[in-house]
Design a protein around this ligand. Structure first.
Ligand code: T4K
Length: 372
């Protein structure tokens, strides 16, 4: 690292952007059309292009992932209690509260950091109507076991797939599992449209209901069928998304190389545990989480502070647990004894910087701070 490199903080992520001049023709077209939102031409094109790229049948674009989560719950008329993970970004559980639904937290699997299927059944009550798992860091949940439990108990499954853009499992896109999957295209995500999100669904009828819900419930000029919201993606974001799609494969390859460099260098470091990648096909390298265990000479927060002090703005995703925030901590399922794995992991995790433009020298600099 040179002195000038040292002066620039290295953030946990940096949004991928296309060359500005490539976006200008899209803007010119928007200016010419004067069609800015409400399902314009770029919106329609982007929905089709995304379905094709992701390998899914139907998809409804949204302003952001959080409104998509809130609307997904509305679309399936979910009420009562929903089983979910405390080890996620707070938007997962907030979407339940916005719908007057009680979150029931279930602990995570220590290897995948996703909802532990062994612990779901014990949390089901007569009020349970759905499961909302998260494909945390883009690693697929145990979709088969979750599906079996949901089928046995007549529950819906809505995957928070905010991290899972482009992630594949054995039979194609992971987004084809569950009743609905929700994506985020936020600036910090693998694929961004500045802000944005989507709901993936299996049939045209559900897509139509979602489209009504994201447009105030309007079916036509004079008919409103539900108390819908304004969740529509604008033409600006949709146009950018179309352009971003052209470069996403290259961006993913760059992430993959960074992941490999970290993984190789950290393999022999006592007390630093890298999470498993279950095979190249499944990963999108959205995050690079490490667990700082007791054998490492520094505690997690000491290493975190060392990184911060040296300009590496790594993040503790996900600490604190959602279940520790004031609006959740009095729930019975938020009890410490119910969530031992989540708590341990949230006290050990650091997400290291990973993004396409992170250079090898920057990765080596970060590694030198960890390896000492
Ligand atoms: N479900 C899950 C599982 C999620 O992870 C998320 C979002 C959602 C649902 C909700 O989806 P959205 O409604 O957001 O579409 C960030 C993101 O704001 C959030 O989208 C994301 N998860 C979460 C994991 O991370 P913060 O509070 O950490 O963001 P912030 O502003 O501190 O950004 C992190 C770093 O990224 C900055 O230090 C620098 C860099 N950055 C950020 C932005 C916004 C840039 O370089 N440029 C930028 O424009 O939450």
């Amino acid at each position: 690292m040179t002195d000038s490199d040292d002066a620039q903080p290295i953030y946990v992520t940096q949004p991928y952007l296309p060359p500005l001049e490539e976006f200008i023709p899209y803007l010119e077209q928007i200016w010419e059309n004067r069609w800015l939102t409400n399902g314009g031409p770029f919106h329609q094109q982007f929905e089709r292009a995304l379905c094709e790229y992701l390998g899914v049948k139907h998809l409804a674009l949204f302003t952001n992932g959080t409104l998509a989560l809130v609307t997904a719950l509305q679309a399936l008329r979910i009420t009562g209690e929903v089983i979910t993970t405390p080890y996620s970004f707070v938007a997962t559980a907030h979407s339940l509260l916005w719908n007057g639904i009680k979150p029931v937290f279930v602990d995570i699997d220590p290897n995948t950091l996703n909802l532990d299927p062994n612990k779901i059944e014990a949390a089901i009550t007569p009020q349970t109507t759905a499961i909302m798992p998260v494909h945390c860091y883009g690693h697929p949940c145990d979709i088969d076991r979750i599906e079996r439990i949901a089928d046995n108990y007549g529950l819906k499954v809505i995957y928070d797939a905010a991290h899972a853009f482009g992630v594949q499992c054995n039979d194609g896109s992971v987004l084809n599992h569950g009743d609905l999957s929700v994506l985020s295209f936020h600036a910090t995500k693998v694929f961004n449209t500045f802000e944005g999100g989507a709901i993936v669904c299996h049939d045209a009828k559900t897509k139509q209901r979602i489209d009504h819900l994201k447009n105030f419930g309007f079916v036509d000029e004079v008919t409103v069928v539900a108390p819908g919201i304004n969740g529509k993606m604008s033409e600006f974001n949709a146009a950018l998304g179309l352009l971003q799609l052209k470069n996403i494969d290259e961006a993913l390859l760059k992430r993959k190389a960074i992941d490999a460099r970290y993984r190789q260098a950290l393999a022999g470091v006592t007390g630093i545990h890298c999470l498993l990648v279950e095979g190249e096909k499944v990963a999108n390298y959205a995050y690079f989480p490490i667990l700082v265990q007791s054998e490492y000479p520094l505690r997690r927060d000491e290493l975190y502070q060392k990184l911060q002090d040296n300009g590496v703005k790594a993040r503790r995703y996900f600490y604190p647990l959602i279940s520790d925030f004031p609006m959740y901590r009095s729930l019975p399922s938020a009890a410490e004894s119910n969530l031992p794995v989540s708590r341990r992991v949230s006290e050990q995790v650091i997400c290291l910087p990973i993004y396409p433009d992170l250079s090898e020298q920057q990765v080596d600099y970060i590694l030198s701070l960890i390896i000492g």
